[in-house]
Design a protein around this ligand. Structure first.
Ligand code: PLP
Length: 383
């Protein structure tokens, strides 16, 4: 029998069921899911409103190439458009976050005819060769060098140096509004504003990578709306199809028709089942005012994480339900003990525990997370 290639740590837990903010293992144990498959299941596991639509679509048609129209894609674009700020109208469909970043870069290169991409310290944009080239941490990239050569890394959140790093050779600047993998580090408003001004001055495109932050998690549909800074293109992924694979880049109208037929494409992009899920997810986001709920639940969770009483805890970072608890010690040692206490969490950077729960996380769940985190930190403090 074959085996699945192993490049992930295994926790010895076998998940057999998920519903909304919970998953269950094969022993019947329930976990509050703050991992959500790296932030994918923000709208809840098997959310009935999405599941019903997907079930209906499975009886209709699964895969239709982009050369043909199909109702699932029409419903998606109708619902998704209601979540887009004015001026943003063109959606490039992909299957993953890293592909969303790739297509955004391709648009910028084609439009500007310039080589250089600017990214920042602690960035994470994906693992295909283009996105990897603008991912900062050596642990992801070292083994695969040489990567795309025309990349300049500036210092994240240093607004005063933005004019030095963005040049006449720059096709685009790519930035996360809150760095996810890099440590749950929110950009400062001054930094994002400086990027917007400098890219405009130098004729480069500003690409905001919302693969982790986007679709309501931070308390706004798109995190850049909280900053009042508008990019030329933004990317999204993770929760947009409720748990099915999707990635997309959304461009302002003027950058919409850059590719000739054949210059870009993807076999699975726009898959009808995924589109049905994304249409239902987009409608749910709006009808249930998910961003407002994420903001409220996020405030409760942030308060709880700030009150562990542990001297190992430094501070809580993030926005809405994208939260990090920065520690004085390495964070990965706590993932297994948290699992043992019924909480699934993630790390970010080296010292940060990361929590990306579904928007319906309740006060009781927050108490469970608070109890578990306080307990595992307390145990680690013991001499
Ligand atoms: C900001 C950001 N961009 C891109 C990606 C890559 O997404 P995917 O793993 O779906 O390719 C991620 C994944 O964590 C991300 O956080």
């Amino acid at each position: 029998m074959g085996r699945i290639a192993k490049y992930y740590r295994e926790y010895g837990v076998r998940i057999v069921r998920g519903f909304m903010q919970y998953v269950w293992d094969d022993q019947g144990r329930r976990y509050v899911d703050c991992n959500t498959n790296h932030g994918v299941v923000f709208l809840g596991h098997a959310n009935p409103k999405i599941a019903e639509t997907v079930k209906r679509q499975l009886e209709e048609v699964w895969a239709v190439p982009l050369n043909f129209s199909t109702p699932a894609r029409e419903r998606f674009i109708e619902e998704f458009s209601k979540l887009l700020p004015a001026k943003f109208g063109v959606v490039f469909l992909q299957n993953t976050g890293t592909e969303a970043v790739e297509v955004a870069i391709k648009i910028a290169k084609k439009v500007t005819k310039r080589p250089t991409i600017v990214a920042f310290t602690n960035s994470f944009h994906g693992r295909t060769m283009g996105s990897l080239s603008i991912t900062w941490n050596e642990k992801y990239r070292k083994a695969f060098e040489p990567l795309y050569p025309h990349v300049r890394f500036g210092k994240f959140n240093v607004a005063a140096e933005v004019d030095k790093v963005v040049g006449e050779d720059t096709c685009c600047v790519v930035v996360e509004p809150i760095q996810g993998e890099g440590g749950v580090n929110p950009a400062t408003p001054e930094f994002l504003k400086a990027l917007r001004e400098e890219t405009q001055r130098k004729g480069a495109l500003l690409i905001i990578d919302e693969v982790q932050t986007g679709f309501g998690r931070t308390g706004a549909v798109w995190a850049f709306q909280k900053y009042g800074v508008e990019p030329d293109i933004f990317t999204a992924g993770k929760p947009v199809a409720g748990g099915l694979p999707i990635g997309l880049a959304v461009a302002k109208e003027e950058f919409g028709d850059v590719f000739e037929p054949g210059e870009h494409g993807s076999t699975f992009a726009g898959n009808a089942v995924v589109m049905a899920a994304a249409a239902a997810a987009s409608r749910l986001l709006r009808e249930e005012d998910v961003p407002a709920k994420a903001e409220r639940a996020g405030a409760e969770l942030a308060k709880a994480l700030a009150e562990t009483g542990s001297r190992l805890a430094v501070r809580v970072k993030g926005m809405g339900l994208m939260l990090g608890l920065e520690l004085r010690v390495k964070a990965d040692q706590f993932i297994q003990p948290l699992l043992d206490s019924g909480v699934m969490a993630l790390t970010a950077g080296v010292n940060t525990l990361r929590f990306l729960p579904p928007y319906m996380i309740s006060k009781e769940d927050v108490e469970v997370v608070h109890g578990a985190v306080s307990e595992v930190l307390k145990k680690a403090e013991a001499p």
